[in-house]
Write a protein that binds this ligand. Sequence first.
Ligand code: CA
Length: 231
Amino acid sequence: MRVLIVEDDERIVSFLAKGLRAEGYATLVARDGEEAMSLAATEGAGLDVVLLDLGLPGPDGRAVLRELRARFPALPILILTARDDVDSKVEGLDAGAADYMTKPFHFDELLARIRAALRARDQTTSSMLVVGDLRLDLLSKVAWRGDRRIDLAPREWALLELLMRHPHQVLSRARILDRVWEYDFDPGSNIVDVYVGYLRRKLNAPGCPPLLQTVRGAGYRLLPPEPAVER
Ligand code: CA
């Protein structure tokens, strides 16, 4: 993982660089806006995260943010600045920053936010969910089991996507209701069971093991079939 530190305060640069390297990150440093832009131009594609100060000599952090955002839309940029007014935070986040932290900061919290930004990046850049022989193409909104294409209604899609994002986990009816229907449904409603039934009929096929398991009293889970054992 490569982190670009854009910061003009030498003490903060050395604190960040040292701490990040100790955590296994590779670091690059730009000490003003100009250097940040030119480093991004040569190294941009190989960067995983940018830590960006706003108050910089030359083009300031906001200009760097706009430039990086336009050239590398998936690159997470965390603003790390002394500016703690709400307007600066709103402006930074609206301009596409993944996160905003104010100085002074706790290094452990910064690390956690870097990890969170990386997770978010990985989720948005991967457009395919795969569990066993089941595939969901999140961009084209097409589902497949093996080479059979499956047409799903929007709620069925949302339910299957939720289950596929948590394979092996038991999801309670309440959680499914909350995530798929997104409003307070009568907890006594059997709508989840009804939709699980619809999904089962669409997913099951002769000769294919069932994927959707009912866990009595707990909820449902998606279990990928065991890989076939070669004999
Ligand atoms: Ca500064």
